[in-house]
Design a protein around this ligand. Structure first.
Ligand SMILES: Nc1ncnc2c1ncn2[C@@H]1O[C@H](COP(=O)(O)OP(=O)(O)O)[C@@H](O)[C@H]1O
Ligand SMILES: [Mg+2]
Length: 259
């Protein structure tokens, strides 16, 4: 099962991605949590301590590895390098392991701007393709709204794109942008999760403004979730039983639509 989580910055992508990964892990499944957002904060949402977060080197900063595998110097623009670097061992070797969760942080690529054909982006694309297409492990991807790391080939392997929205026009507009991009590259299924919902009106606003996108779960606005971020603890560790059920139901809805 390969699930991508996308949406506007701040809507709760990392919170939802972490909740999904933790829900799977707590029920005994192994899961690869992939932080593919340049504005990376999945580690923190998973409750990994600030101390330990410092030990995580994003893949984009693994210069020696990238140079070795692509056969290029990272900062030399326009040089010939391998377009098909060996990556099959990278997830295993470079992820941060905690219980049933393996976290891999891709990091931001600075050189050349978005979509550049530099060694780093080629390497990262190959890695994402490997995880999506050739590895059996359950994969939860925390992505930016630009779904930058997914290409045509890789998108076929994504079972579900989950776009997170909050009760506001901007995150809704963003959901349609994600939907358009997902369609362009051939992602099979896209659903929405309504987050930070404070009332029936909020929930209705989201449903009314998302024609053509099914809202499979509604997560209430919760002080507990917000405070978990302040204190750097994982969402699932602080949830009361009611909220746990909400997240479990969300996962069931997603799972049910995949199988
Ligand atoms: N349901 C919720 N209730 C209250 N706060 C939330 C909720 N979901 C997310 N948040 C808070 O919103 C902020 C942004 O969430 P985050 O998951 O980091 O968003 P993103 O990854 O999309 O940028 C965090 O402080 C987080 O704790
Ligand atoms: Mg995030």
């Amino acid at each position: 099962m390969k699930i991508a989580v996308s949406g506007k910055g701040g809507v709760g992508k990392s919170t939802i991605a972490a909740a999904l990964a933790l829900t799977i892990a707590n029920s005994g499944g192994k899961v690869m949590a992939l932080d593919a957002d340049p504005d990376a904060n999945l580690a923190s949402a998973l409750g990994i301590t600030t101390e330990d977060q410092k030990k995580i080197v994003p893949i984009s900063k693994q210069i020696a590895l990238i140079e070795e595998r692509t056969g290029a110097k990272v900062d030399t623009y326009g040089k010939v390098f391998k377009l098909n670097p060996e990556v099959s061992d990278v997830a295993e070797k470079y992820s941060y392991r905690r219980g049933n969760i393996d976290l891999l942080v891709l990091g931001a690529i600075v050189a050349g701007g978005g979509g550049c054909a530099c060694p780093e982006s080629t390497f990262i694309r190959s890695l994402v393709t490997d995880l999506v297409m050739f590895k059996d492990e359950t994969l939860i991807m925390d992505m930016e709204a630009g779904i930058e790391h997914l290409g045509r080939a890789t998108s076929k392997g994504v079972d579900m794109m989950v776009v997170v929205v909050e009760p506001g026009k901007r995150s809704i507009d963003c959901a349609f942008t994600v939907q358009r991009m997902a369609n362009e590259i051939g992602v099979k299924k896209l659903v929405a999760v309504a987050n930070k919902v404070t009332s029936e009106e909020d929930a209705q606003f989201i449903k009314d403004n998302l024609p053509g996108i099914e809202v499979i779960a509604t997560i209430p606005y919760s002080e507990v979730i917000r405070n978990a971020d302040r204190e750097g603890i994982s969402v699932l560790d602080v949830l009361d039983d009611d909220l746990k059920v909400v997240f479990e139901k969300m996962f069931k809805q997603i799972e049910g639509r995949i199988e």
